[in-house]
Design a protein around this ligand. Structure first.
Ligand SMILES: [Zn+2]
Length: 218
């Protein structure tokens, strides 16, 4: 229940952040006709199914990505609950997961990485790992070592452009930050998969990787 509800808020961030609006400056509204939405329009998943993905006021099509966001957040909360139970780790990784979903949805729609959302996701990892390992060094070490590694990979592949505009670099740094170095062999298949899938679908690979990797943590 909580996952899709949080996902519902995540949708408004995904819509508003690239348009320069803040998530709380206005009540939820239709992106086509600007109508303010009533409580009945705001049920995660169900409202979308009820109107078959259309606005109740103008019949404008509501992109299915918003329902996908709610479903993914629901699945995420269930999976993290089964793995972590109700605990601080669950809370922190659920927060992290929601930021990753927002990051991926904006990347999918706009083609860029939101630096603020990225920072929140990384900070959630930092707090979670610091609680578990009692040191901030391991997360910083993982992040820096992964950054150096992917920058080296990028150069070895013969690229000469600035690597920092490449979203995949940042996705792998995030995945590196999640795991202690001995567990990094789980990240290698994600890199191989990235090379195999078409460019448009890669963000799905990154998001799936970043969202499932916490489940291998002890
Ligand atoms: Zn409308």
């Amino acid at each position: 229940m909580l996952g899709p509800a949080v996902g519902n808020y995540a949708c408004s961030v995904v819509y508003r952040l690239p348009r320069g609006q803040t998530p709380f400056e206005r009540h939820p509204f239709c992106g086509h006709c600007n109508a303010d939405l009533k409580p009945i329009d705001l049920f995660p998943i169900l409202s979308w199914l009820r109107t078959r993905g259309k606005c109740r006021y103008c019949a404008g099509v509501i992109p299915s990505i918003y329902t996908v966001i709610e479903l993914v957040c629901g699945a995420l909360f269930v999976a993290y609950f089964l793995h972590f139970g109700i605990s601080e780790q669950f809370l922190l990784y659920a927060i992290y997961g929601v930021f990753v979903v927002i990051l991926a949805a904006i990347h999918w729609q706009q083609g860029w990485i939101s630096s603020s959302i990225y920072s929140y996701a990384w900070a959630a990892i930092l707090v979670a790992r610091t609680l578990a390992e009692h040191t901030i060094y391991s997360t910083i070490q993982s992040s820096v070592v992964m950054l150096v590694l992917v920058l080296a990979l990028y150069r070895v592949a013969g690229n000469t452009q600035s690597p920092f505009e490449k979203p995949w670099i940042w996705w792998f740094v995030l995945m590196g930050a999640l795991l202690p170095l001995p567990l990094w062999y789980f990240i290698a298949p994600i890199y191989v998969l990235k090379l195999l899938v078409p460019k448009q679908a890669r963000v799905i690979v990154y998001a799936a990787g970043a969202l499932t990797l916490p489940l291998i943590l002890p």
